[in-house]
Design a protein. Structure first.
Length: 324
């Protein structure tokens, strides 16, 4: 059943979340039996909650595959390994495909082409790993209810939608009738870290669409470090629960600057922060200038190759939330 019952109670409390967890554990065990389940574990909210649910239900029968395409935020792949392999004792396969992805993306400037390369190569890597495994009968996905509403019945989800047709798996989608806020309540009850449960929306191509134009490793490194500084300072200022999404962008042009009394030709870093209800429109929050100045000072001092920091004041529309 892919339609949410009219009388389904929204999951808003730990008690309701625990009831849902108990029901899903029983359903998963009934559906899967003694067979194995495969899951592409991105580290996002939906796939992480599904992974934790399945580990609780069937333990090592779940095989998680985490593909690091080199476009993750700082520390994200490490957190996936720490939480799922080290803490939850998951059967986790970690694939560092950084070089593979970045080599394919070399000199590619057009945003949609970058998206297609990243998405297509992810499927290839996941497919290769899946074919190495034996006895897999089920494919778990982090499909949530808005995915069903927006896809108009199409089951393919952003995790692995597009796997080759000869890979005939039965789907396991334990959170398919939940909204995002309900998934977070369930994640909290399962004991996942808060920064994973409340992880901000992150595009499928990751930092690939925030490193504007043709991706270079040095500019990607500057993007990752500046983004980490922004997230750390916003968290310290208590803004992570007050601002819907924030990140940095590094464009593919340079600007004149001065460092140690000498002329330099380095990149700008753009800070983007937005508030929204439905992501259809978005406003730009007012952030204290002292905080922005502190962030700028840190980025300029700690991130090589950067000589300017800017704050994007553009609402959606006419701008979009992401730059690419």
């Amino acid at each position: 059943m892919n339609m949410r019952p009219d009388d389904m109670v929204r999951i808003t409390t730990p008690e309701l979340a625990q009831k849902f967890i108990d029901e899903q554990v029983a359903e998963i065990r009934s559906q899967v039996g003694d067979k194995k389940v495969l899951l592409a574990l991105s580290g996002g909210v939906d796939s992480s909650v599904v992974a934790a649910l399945l580990i609780k239900a069937i333990g090592k029968q779940l095989v998680c595959v985490h593909v690091n395409h080199g476009l993750m935020r700082k520390g994200e792949s490490e957190q996936v390994i720490e939480v799922f392999r080290d803490q939850l004792d998951a059967n986790l396969i970690y694939i560092d495909a950084t070089d593979r992805f970045l080599d394919l993306l070399k000199d590619v400037e057009e945003p949609e082409t970058k998206r297609k390369i990243i998405g297509g190569e992810f499927i290839k890597v996941f497919d290769e790993e899946a074919r190495k495994l034996e006895g897999i009968s089920f494919l778990a996905q982090g499909t949530i209810y808005p995915d069903i509403l927006e896809s108009d019945g199409v089951k393919a989800h952003h995790n692995v939608g597009g796997l080759p047709e000869d890979m005939q798996f039965e789907l396991v989608e334990p959170v398919r009738l939940l909204f995002k806020d309900e998934v977070r309540v369930v994640g909290n009850q399962l004991g996942l870290p808060a920064n994973m449960v409340y992880r901000q929306p992150f595009p499928g191509p990751g930092l690939g669409v925030r490193c504007l134009g043709a991706i270079t490793r040095d500019r990607l490194a500057a993007l990752r470090e500046s983004d980490a500084i922004l997230r750390e300072e916003f968290e310290n200022a208590g803004l992570t629960s007050k601002i819907w999404q924030f990140f940095t962008i590094v464009p593919d042009f340079r600007s004149t600057g001065v460092r140690d009394g000498k002329r330099v030709f380095d990149w700008p870093v753009i800070i983007r922060a937005v508030n929204t209800v439905d992501a259809m429109t978005a406003t730009v929050p007012e952030v204290e200038f002292a905080l922005l100045r502190k962030i700028a000072d840190r980025i300029l001092a700690e991130v090589p190759g950067v000589c300017r920091v800017l704050y994007d004041l553009s609402p959606k529309g006419p701008a979009t939330i992401e730059w690419e």
